[in-house]
Design a binder for this molecule. Structure first.
Ligand SMILES: O=C(O)CCC(=O)C(=O)O
Length: 308
């Protein structure tokens, strides 16, 4: 099967929402609508300095261009049960095609969960830049969560609290997809929805991320300094199905290296989540999903076990 871009010129585009609009109610409504209909959207004028995003990309790119032996200094230990660390995935096979991506995972929040042994030491500014980005991305994700909570008719803090409040974790991932002349043989990131609550992603200027909507794969068009927001399974379930968990995939570029920096906002593994109890009132609002400890949810989904 060849992975091609959608050529249908009449297909709609992933919504782009300008957060600098002074009418906050309008912005909130656009965020809620995009989350209901798409489960994925882009935000611009979000308050994170363009220069900082550029630096984040520079330090990440610098790390991935180091010799393999240097990258191995922050490798995920072979016997680790956790996700943190650098990993190359050139070999593993998915449905007959090889995923062709290297990646690095490290938690960036809360401070008690940050393990600097998995943060690159080269370049030297890596830590400082990532810490600065963390404080911005946390603020932005909390703002979006507030709008989404109000869109459910709930208090602003409802989704953050339902995700675990102060125990919510932020996980940085860097994807490094080398150029690939034949997209039929390899896949960047296969079609999936994210496990977590919400993901905020920046990518370099190459097209690659696609969202699945109405039977089409639709490109996330590159917009300078935009952040792509993806609603994950946790928010689908916590909203009792009101918000969509955005199905997406990443395809490779034929000539150039594509990179992306998603930050996953998620519960800690022991936290139990499910439809928010405030939404389950009256006979019309039965829970559409079971509650799970996040670790059980992840395990069941990974192993393709029954979930409801
Ligand atoms: O590279 C991208 O744009 C998407 C990455 C992604 O979906 C993932 O890492 O889970």
């Amino acid at each position: 099967m060849d992975i091609e871009r959608n050529q249908d010129i009449s297909s709609p585009e992933i919504p782009v929402i300008d957060l600098s609009n002074t009418n906050e109610e309008l912005v909130a409504r656009a965020v809620v609508k995009a989350s209901e209909e798409w489960g994925i959207f882009q935000v611009v004028n979000h308050g994170i300095p363009t220069e900082l995003i550029k630096r984040l990309q520079e330090v990440g790119t610098h790390f991935f261009e180091l010799p393999e032996t240097e990258k191995e200094a922050v490798a995920r230990p072979k016997d680790s049960m956790d996700i943190e660390g650098y990993r190359t995935m050139y070999q593993k096979d998915i449905g007959g095609r090889d995923p062709w991506v290297d990646h690095l995972f490290h938690r960036i929040w809360p401070p008690s969960k940050v393990s600097y042994r998995f943060w690159p030491k080269n370049p030297q500014e890596y830590i400082e830049v990532n810490e600065e980005y963390t404080s911005h991305i946390k603020k932005l994700s909390e703002k979006i969560m507030e709008w989404l909570s109000e869109g459910l008719g709930l208090q602003r803090e409802a989704l953050k609290e339902g995700l675990g409040g102060e125990t919510v974790e932020y996980l940085m991932k860097i994807n490094y997809y080398p150029p690939c002349p034949d997209s039929g043989l390899v896949v960047g990131a296969p079609a999936h929805t994210d496990y977590n609550g919400i993901t905020l992603l920046v990518a370099n200027e190459l097209l690659g991320l696609q969202a699945f909507k109405d039977n089409h794969w639709i490109d996330a068009k590159y917009t300078t300094s935009a952040i792509i927001v993806i609603i994950g399974d946790q928010f689908l379930r916590m909203s009792n199905g009101k918000y969509k968990s955005g199905e997406h995939r990443a395809i490779m570029d034929k000539q150039k290296t594509r990179m992306s920096w998603p930050v996953f906002v998620e519960s800690n593994l022991d936290h139990v989540f499910g439809p928010l109890p405030e939404l389950i009132t009256g006979d019309d609002n039965v829970p559409k999903f079971k509650s799970y400890a996040y670790k059980d949810y992840k395990f069941r989904k990974l192993k393709e076990l029954l979930l409801d």
